[in-house]
Design a protein around this ligand. Structure first.
Ligand code: DQA
Length: 149
């Protein structure tokens, strides 16, 4: 049986995890996060395509590529969550189950972070659980994909 493919897409500045504001984002790196996601995927019997970009256009192109290729998307759009209507439109257009993840709790931070356009296109949002949030997101998307197959 072919394992369903889940795209795990990470937006700008997440390549600096471990260096960037460690009091907010922790000391672990993007590589550590990828390892955690890979272990979780193996346990759940899904395949993942884990990526990070600093570019809005690239992130949108990756979302578009998911159509007909992936069974679902886990996305941390980082700063583009709060600014990008184009990213939200791409997520609507791709017509797949989407889970949005934030490492920090965006609702306890600056007011401009409390609105995420991406949330409008997401089935669910996980915010404030750090790396564990990605595990929860993968569990959720695996369950949704299985239920809706
Ligand atoms: C973030 C929260 C965003 O507000 C911020 O711009 C990020 C990271 C998070 O994972 O907590 O870059 O998405």
């Amino acid at each position: 049986m072919v394992e369903p493919l889940i795209a795990v897409l990470n937006g700008p500045n997440l390549n600096l995890l471990g260096l960037r504001e460690p009091e907010i984002y922790g000391i672990q790196t993007l590589d550590d996060l990828e390892s955690l996601c890979a272990e979780t995927a193996e346990r759940l019997g899904i395949a993942i395509d884990f990526r990070q970009t600093n570019g809005e256009g690239e992130l949108i192109s990756w979302v578009q590529e998911c159509r007909g290729r992936a069974a679902g998307i886990v996305i941390n759009p980082a700063g583009y969550s709060h600014t990008s209507i184009a990213l939200m439109d791409a997520l609507y257009a791709v017509d797949l189950p989407i889970i949005e993840v934030h490492l920090s709790n965006i609702f306890t931070r600056e007011t401009f972070r409390q609105l995420s356009y991406v949330s409008m296109a997401a089935r669910g949002v996980i915010s404030g659980l750090g790396f564990f949030g990605y595990r929860v997101a993968l569990e959720a998307i695996a369950d949704i994909v299985e239920q809706e197959a």
